[in-house]
Design a protein around this ligand. Structure first.
Ligand code: EPU
Length: 339
């Protein structure tokens, strides 16, 4: 039986650094341990919340149940082909440790996702993405357990309903399943994804294009724009970029000709707008109310300067949403989970 802790402060377990308590807290380090923990919760009707690295969550109140934080940490090669490797990675592996492992082993497919905080088990939930790459592009399948009845499941990529910053685990299966292992299919090759201009410019400093220089360039770009949660509470992008019909983008482009518009690969007939640009154009970049603010180097990021509360952040985020809606008529939605 795993040791459960009681009345555990979640402050060190969310990158905003907000105070909230969990009635119970467990960190099983094996799949059996996870199964056992879930079974105890089922028998005693204890609600379960699955927590990864806490880098995409706002705890707005205490949680009267068990917070389960998987600490499983295996990376194993399950299949070797001439052109690819399939790796099975436990949910508790730190995402960036996994990315570093792939780069060191010359495996392509997640290098542009370097430096993203969080764990491997959380990556499919919101289909993490950056610099033209998304987790869904490399996820082959995943393994998990249903929380309600303890049934193990195996799900192929196409069943996960991945879209921009979303998946079945943010919708039908929200709070219903725990991902225990993720299988990634990674290529051995040299078809890098380096179309973005800022990435190309950064890469020029290295003189050579390989997985390590791409990883290092992405880490540099992130460090220049995104606050380090160790120094300033934040959860990366607080909002998603809105996905709208082309006609809506055309309407906005008439009014705001310099507004960036991107194709949204998973929504064929739609386009993605830049929420950061819209927030900045509401003169909110760097704006602060007490201890909560819009980060001054990337307007999509909200920060806790220390001492801020989740409720202050939620109110502040609604103000940002309202200002964007008043100016652009576009609703921006949080990317983070508010619990
Ligand atoms: N922009 C501004 N002002 C800002 C921020 C952005 O004008 O303050 C405009 C610029 O025109 C810029 C464009 O928005 O060219 C895109 O900005 P950026 O490349 O920084 O990307 P983003 O759309 O703001 C997304 C992801 C980030 C990811 C970057 C890089 C979402 C919600 N966010 O941000 O992901 O790192 O692209 O690919 O899609 C995260 O999810 O936590 C995250 C940091």
């Amino acid at each position: 039986m795993n040791k459960w802790e009681e009345n555990k402060s979640l402050k060190p377990f969310n990158t905003f650094g907000f105070e909230a308590k969990a009635r119970y807290f467990a960190t099983p380090d094996s799949t059996e341990g996870i199964e056992e923990t879930l079974e105890t919760c089922r028998k005693n009707s204890i609600p379960v919340f699955i927590l990864g690295g806490g880098s995409n969550v706002v705890f707005s109140k205490d949680f009267d149940g068990l917070v389960l934080c998987p600490r499983t940490d295996r990376i194993s090669i399950s299949r070797k082909c001439m052109e690819s490797r399939t790796l099975v990675v436990s949910a508790g592996v730190v995402w960036d440790d996994f990315v570093r492992y792939t780069v060191e082993n010359n495996l392509m497919g997640v290098e542009n996702l370097s430096g993203i905080p969080g764990t491997v088990g959380a990556a499919p939930v919101q289909n993490i993405g950056a610099y033209g790459m998304e987790a869904k592009d490399s996820i082959y399948a995943l393994f998990g357990i249903m929380i309600d009845d303890g049934q193990p499941f195996f799900m192929e990529n196409r069943d996960c309903k991945f879209t921009y910053r979303s998946s079945i685990f943010k919708n039908e299966l929200k709070w219903k399943a725990i991902i225990t292992r993720v299988a990634f299919k990674l290529a051995k090759g040299r078809r890098f994804k380096i179309e973005r201009e800022d990435l190309q410019e950064e890469l020029r400093k290295y003189g050579t294009i390989n997985l390590s220089s791409i990883r290092q360039s992405i880490l540099n770009l992130r460090a220049a724009k995104l606050p380090d949660p160790g120094e300033l509470g934040n959860a990366g992008s607080f909002f998603k970029n809105p996905v709208v019909e082309q006609a809506e983008a055309d309407r906005l482009l008439e009014l705001f000709p310099s507004m960036p518009v991107y194709s949204a690969s998973t929504f064929d007939d739609k386009v993605k707008l830049s929420a950061g640009w819209m927030i900045e154009n509401c003169s909110l970049k760097g704006y602060r109310e007490n201890n909560i603010g819009v980060y001054d180097r990337q307007a999509l990021v909200l920060v806790n300067y220390g001492g801020g509360t989740a409720n202050e952040l939620i109110l502040f985020s609604r103000m940002v949403q309202d200002r964007v809606f008043e100016k652009f008529g576009v609703k921006i939605e949080p990317e983070v989970d508010i619990v």
